[in-house]
Ligand binder design. Structure first.
Ligand code: SAH
Ligand code: SF4
Ligand code: F3S
Length: 452
């Protein structure tokens, strides 16, 4: 069967799509890039905020039109939204033939066959305490970075969050199995690996913790950079900081989700740390790993958030000065604790005003941080042609900052020394430094394409 697979949501979902590709290929299915050529259309979905749902419903509307013309097209909804809405999704979107949650992907070949064979719809939402797909080698697109899920699920139950309900209980994969996967990706030519979990701090397998795992991944020949996402501020392991400081392959970047700055909001969110504990952790991180870059996630307009509460979030952001931040308006999710216990009482226009203030503040900070990099030289891993201008390269520093530059002698996967000579809000811009090699003055055409 020819399958079209589209992925929404986070890196964990990207990784799951690589597993799905592997499972279906081993059953002789093939994948197509163009929906026009597909016999089966699969959407691997996200449920984190309402706009994620809206995107999928919009896509399902498009598929409805297509199915009128192509009667035997099989439509499947997979992933977090499938798990969260289950029967409701099947009832409201009659064009959907298959609904399968994140722990049901081994059954996909069976579900597809039964829809094609008997026309019977197939639903599977069973969540498992053990499923980690450890025996399946993900089918990755070629590139520079490979994702590896080192654990699945989440037991933290932050009150706003749907993930514990869509991905079930937390479970860690065996370290030997993960390291074998790192060896495989190194042999395939990947230079960087990013270890994924909803809360990597709680990774544990027998006597091994997350710091041990990072160290083991870094020891694999061919892998030059090891990254991870995300840790939880409540139980950030100090051992991990010392491991990061001591090993140059472990990238000096931590994505540390703040969510909110006021203690009462943090408590209602069940984040189990206070503003002061967060600030103390940041100070300790910077003392042990001085060159660290910190990024974060922030939610505004959570249930009961007052203007004063919100000011505290801004205050923490001013004090910490993150390098960048993902900022969100609170979006109530079905089945979460917040939906059951609290009132979503901050008006949408207030949420929007707060969001704008968060974005403006972070822009200012990011701009200042980036401007301070001008004149410095960074080792940059070349990733791909820049989206804005395919005649330039996009690469990343160890601290995960995007750098755009032009050079005709490099290719993705190369490491180059780049001197920064301009800075915007989100990216740095520079020129390659080579010993005994001086760049010719830029031509007019080149100067134009280099303008920020
Ligand atoms: N496990 C990760 C979070 C994954 S979700 C972690 O704890 O870091 C990514 C981000 O989405 C969260 O950090 C949070 O900022 C945001 N988010 C989650 N649920 C949300 C909701 N209901 N409304 C708005 N933003 C939400
Ligand atoms: Fe959601 Fe909290 Fe788990 Fe992150 S740690 S996935 S925010 S419940
Ligand atoms: Fe990821 Fe969205 Fe699920 S953020 S874990 S795909 S709800």
């Amino acid at each position: 069967m020819k399958i079209f697979l589209e992925t929404f949501g986070c890196q964990m979902n990207e990784y799951d799509s690589e597993l799905i590709r592997s499972i279906l290929r081993s059953h002789q299915h093939t994948f197509v890039e163009n929906l026009d050529h597909a016999e089966v259309a699969l959407l691997n979905t996200c449920a984190i905020r309402e706009n994620a749902h809206e995107k999928i419903y919009h896509r399902l509307d498009e598929l409805k039109g297509r199915k009128r013309r192509q009667k035997n097209l099989v439509v499947g909804v997979l992933g977090c939204m499938a798990q969260n809405l289950r029967q409701e999704l099947a009832e409201h979107a009659p064009i959907v033939d298959i609904v399968a949650g994140p722990d049901s992907y081994r059954r996909l070949p069976l579900l597809i066959n039964s829809v094609r064979g008997t026309g019977e719809k197939g639903f599977d939402f069973s969540l498992s305490e053990y499923e980690a797909y450890s025996d399946i080698a993900p089918q990755r697109m070629p590139g520079v970075n490979a994702w590896i899920a080192i654990m699945r699920g989440c037991d933290n139950f932050c009150t706003f969050c749907v993930v514990p309900y869509t991905r079930g209980r937390e479970r860690s994969r065996e370290p030997q199995n993960i390291v074998a996967e790192v060896h495989r990706i190194a042999a395939e030519g990947f230079k960087q690996v990013t270890l994924l979990g909803q809360n990597v701090n709680s990774y544990r397998f027998e006597q091994h913790d997350f710091a041990d795992l990072m160290q083991m991944a870094a020891e694999v020949d061919g892998i030059r950079r090891v990254r991870f996402t995300s840790p939880h501020p409540k139980d950030f392991p100090r051992k991990l900081l010392h491991t990061m400081a001591a090993n140059p392959k472990l990238c000096k970047h931590i994505h540390l989700p703040l969510q909110a700055g006021s203690d009462s909001v943090l408590e209602r969110m069940n984040r189990t740390y206070t503003k002061q504990e967060f600030l103390d952790l940041v100070a300790e991180i910077r003392a042990i790993v001085p060159e660290i870059s910190l990024t974060t996630d922030v939610i505004c307009g959570f249930c009961g958030e007052t203007d004063e509460d919100f000011e505290e979030t801004l205050e923490v952001m001013r004090r910490v000065e993150f390098d960048s931040a993902f900022t969100f308006k609170y979006s109530e999710r079905k089945h979460t604790i917040a939906e059951r216990k609290f009132k979503d009482d901050v008006p949408d226009e207030v949420k929007l005003q707060r969001l704008t203030r968060l974005i403006d503040l972070q822009r200012e900070i990011s701009k200042q941080h980036n401007a301070a990099e001008i004149g410095k030289i960074f080792e940059v891993l070349v990733e791909e042609p820049s989206k804005k201008n395919p005649h330039e390269w996009l690469g990343r520093t160890d601290q995960n900052k995007g750098v755009v530059f032009w050079d005709d002698a490099v290719k993705p996967g190369d490491f180059v020394q780049v001197r920064i000579n301009a800075a915007g809000t989100n990216t740095l811009r520079g020129t390659v430094e080579r010993q005994g090699w001086r760049r010719l003055p830029v031509t007019a055409v080149e100067a134009e394409c280099c303008a920020i």
